[in-house]
Design a protein around this ligand. Structure first.
Ligand code: DGY
Length: 330
């Protein structure tokens, strides 16, 4: 009898979805949800043909070299900056991600975080919880309008466009964006979206939302120099990745009121935060939950499992990042 391929499910995830893998493979899972160190990850991957991973597991050249039998790493995330794609290509390892299924959920959250930031919802709630609310006053927690304002988007992929739709069609916002490539006219027209330089985006946006993937090129795309170009009344929302923003520079700018406020769902070095972000009042902080609805997290897990099953059974994986490595060697 031929042995079934073995796979690792590196983090705890919906049990019934893990069970789909058990139909095809010998599964080592991690119900205790221990976050593996690199050495532990290398060890747990021994003998595995594939892995279900999340953004918490870093798959780099060293991990791949220590596991030459590995053929597929399937990320439960649309972002895949935790995977060294060049190293995967060099070894013929397939990487997959989970695009599309989280677009609308993540856009909902990005828009909500931008609104909470503009209207100072966290700051005013903390004030109320501290028992400091004693009377109404005309300028108490005055923020800035979202409707009719200029929405700036850095990174106009699927999620950026979904946020632009919410702003343009739901809130009458003027949409400007900067991206590696400009959208086609038929994509821009329904949103009235205008392609601008990064400088114009920074100078003009009332509410700047970051949705750009993380890479060496986007590292600290927003630092002190960029923040200095923004309006003092502007807000900055980051649902992209920690590292796109220089968090130390942002904390300093928030304290100095160089910009009005920020909404952050992702952080450099998360789950640790730059300590100054915890003490400045004009920031809304959430723990990387933009895609966190039950339906969407299930859809992401299902898609990662679909990819892993397809990759190791010779079918076409639905969402490969590096399809050039297909077909995988047996
Ligand atoms: C993604 O999909 O990249 C998210 O950041 C993980 O929830």
């Amino acid at each position: 009898m031929t042995r079934r391929p073995a796979v690792l499910v590196a983090r705890a995830v919906f049990g019934d979805i893990v069970d789909r893998l058990r139909v095809h493979f010998d599964v080592e899972d991690n119900p205790a949800d221990r976050i593996f160190s690199k050495a532990e990850l290398i060890e747990h991957l021994q003998g595995k043909a594939g892995a279900f991973i999340t953004g918490s597991e870093r798959i780099d050249a060293e991990v791949l070299a220590a596991n030459p039998q590995l053929r597929a790493v399937c990320n439960m995330a649309v972002g895949y900056n935790n995977i060294d794609i060049d190293a995967c290509n060099a070894r013929g390892v397939l990487a997959t991600n989970t695009p599309d299924v989280l677009t609308e959920t993540t856009a909902d959250f990005g828009f909500a975080l931008m609104m909470a930031t503009a209207r100072r919802m966290a700051e005013s709630e903390h004030f109320l919880r501290r028992g400091e609310w004693t009377r109404w006053s005309y300028d108490m927690f005055t923020g800035s309008d979202v409707h009719g304002a200029t929405l700036g988007i850095l990174g106009m992929g699927r999620i950026g466009q979904a946020i632009a739709r919410r702003g343009a069609l739901g809130f009458g916002m003027k949409v400007i964006y900067h991206n590696r490539s400009r959208l086609a006219p038929e994509q821009e027209a329904p949103l009235g979206a205008r392609y601008v330089s990064k400088e114009e985006l920074l100078r003009t946006a009332d509410h700047l939302v970051l949705v750009v993937p993380y890479s060496a090129a986007s590292h600290h795309a927003i630092g002190a120099a960029e923040i200095a170009q923004m309006k003092p009344t502007a807000t900055l929302t980051n649902i992209a990745r920690g590292g796109v923003v220089d968090d130390a520079a942002l904390a300093a700018a928030l304290r100095a009121r160089t910009i009005a406020a920020a909404g952050l769902d992702v952080f450099e070095g998360e789950p640790k935060l730059h300590p100054d972000l915890l003490t400045v009042p004009n920031v809304v902080l959430t723990p990387h939950i933009a895609s966190a609805t039950v339906a969407t997290r299930r859809a992401m897990a299902d898609l990662a499992v679909d990819n892993l099953i397809a990759a190791l059974t010779g079918a076409a994986p639905p969402t490969p990042v590096n399809p050039q490595v297909l077909p995988l060697k047996a």
